[in-house]
Design a protein around this ligand. Structure first.
Ligand code: NAD
Ligand code: UD1
Length: 323
């Protein structure tokens, strides 16, 4: 059985779907701080399989200990975390507590119960200001905000455990910009507040819940002056985790970028979104958003070579809203 922390969230729920479909038993631990309990039924509806769910917090070491004693967990897929950059700047201790202390509790409970395989959701944000592009896994890490530091701290804890225990296997997956949703339309990215990220914002504009898109800056050194990112379809992303599970037979600490290897600017994404959904998006050029990098995308070759995985969904398909 897999223990999936944060498994009712955006990426975790998509992972739960593909994992159940691949024949794994899945136990989700989620405190519902950024998700809804009804996602469990939605995942079950899509897969026609049952999903075990415990409402609880990864900082609750006693609970984790009970879980590892009660269930036979072969590996942990660790999605649980807070992810809003601006909030992490305003409330750094909340982020260190949830993301770093939470991961520490999880790792301690794993160690106490001799569970020694984990896949961790990290982010391209750990690289910081690009020294060169595309970012490969060797690129120096230099986060520019507390959220990024929490991800890097957890990476370091995993690296150090693997050094101390040569039976431990830890895979850090550095996600680029996940977008899209399961083709059923039942699950997806559904932020409770006004979205910070481009794609969920676009969807709210398309649904007339927000009046227009603010394009944060058109004076960057990119093809059209707008910010450039590597948008990866969420189904492709979670398939990458299935490949990574097989790779956990290799003890040690491993890092892989999960991206497409291709950059897309804000205006290019808007244009693909308009074509995919046959609509026009109102947009206004605004000043740059504080803390934004001009451009970055992944070198995705290592995951292809080692995990035998690559992103295959087209940008147009990723932009299609499923009703
Ligand atoms: P999400 O907020 O939709 O999902 C995270 C889930 O974890 C939520 O269901 C939340 O309730 C749960 N959670 C948070 N803190 C918890 C705690 N202390 N105990 C138990 N459950 C807790 O986010 P997501 O987009 O699905 O992201 C999943 C992971 O991937 C996060 O670690 C995030 O930092 C990382 N990541 C996300 C992106 C992205 O753009 N979505 C990019 C890079 C990395
Ligand atoms: C943000 C986070 C990053 C995180 C990533 C997850 C910041 C500073 N960084 O990255 O740490 O890993 O999400 O996907 O928040 N844009 C607009 N209008 C909008 C929203 C965004 O023009 O309303 C632009 C941004 O300026 C950027 C691009 O769209 O150029 C993508 O933005 P976003 O989706 O927020 O992702 P990142 O900034 O890459």
């Amino acid at each position: 059985m897999l223990l999936v922390t944060g498994g009712l969230g955006y990426i975790g729920s998509h992972f739960a779907v593909v994992a159940l479909q691949a024949g794994y038993e899945v136990l989700v631990l989620d405190n519902l701080s950024n998700s809804h309990a009804n996602v469990k039924e939605k995942v079950e509806k899509i897969t026609q399989k049952s999903l075990d769910f415990i409402e609880g917090d990864i900082r609750d070491e006693e609970l984790l200990d009970d879980i590892f004693k009660q269930y036979s967990i072969e590996a942990v897929i660790h999605f649980a975390g807070l992810k809003a950059v601006a909030e992490s700047v305003a409330k750094p201790l909340l982020y260190y507590d949830n993301n770093v202390s939470g991961s520490l509790s999880l790792l301690k409970a794993m160690q106490n119960n001799k569970v020694n395989k984990i896949i961790f959701s990290s982010s391209a944000t750990v690289y910081g200001e690009p020294k060169y592009l595309p970012y490969d896994e060797q690129h120096p890490t230099n986060p520019i905000n507390p959220y990024g530091y929490t991800k890097l701290h957890v990476e370091h804890m995993l690296r150090d455990i693997c050094t101390a225990d040569n039976a431990f296997a830890a895979i850090t997956l550095r996600y680029f910009n996940p977008i899209g949703a399961h083709p059923s339309g039942l699950i997806g990215e559904n932020p409770k507040d006004i979205p910070n990220n481009l794609m969920p914002y676009l969807i709210k504009v398309a649904n007339s819940e927000l009046p227009y898109l603010q394009v944060f800056g058109d004076d960057y050194e990119t093809r059209d002056g707008t910010g450039e990112r590597d948008y990866i379809n969420v189904m492709d992303l979670v398939e990458g985790h299935l490949s990574a599970i097989n790779y956990l037979v290799n003890a040690g600490f491993h890092v892989f970028n999960l991206g497409t290897g291709k950059g897309t600017t804000v205006l290019e994404l808007v244009s693909a979104f308009e074509t995919a959904n046959n609509i026009v998006i109102e947009k206004k050029i605004k000043s740059r958003r504080e803390g934004d990098l001009a451009k970055f995308w992944a070198k995705a070759d290592l995951a292809k070579k080692e995990l035998h995985w690559e992103a295959t969904t087209s940008l147009l398909d990723s932009c299609r809203i499923v009703q």
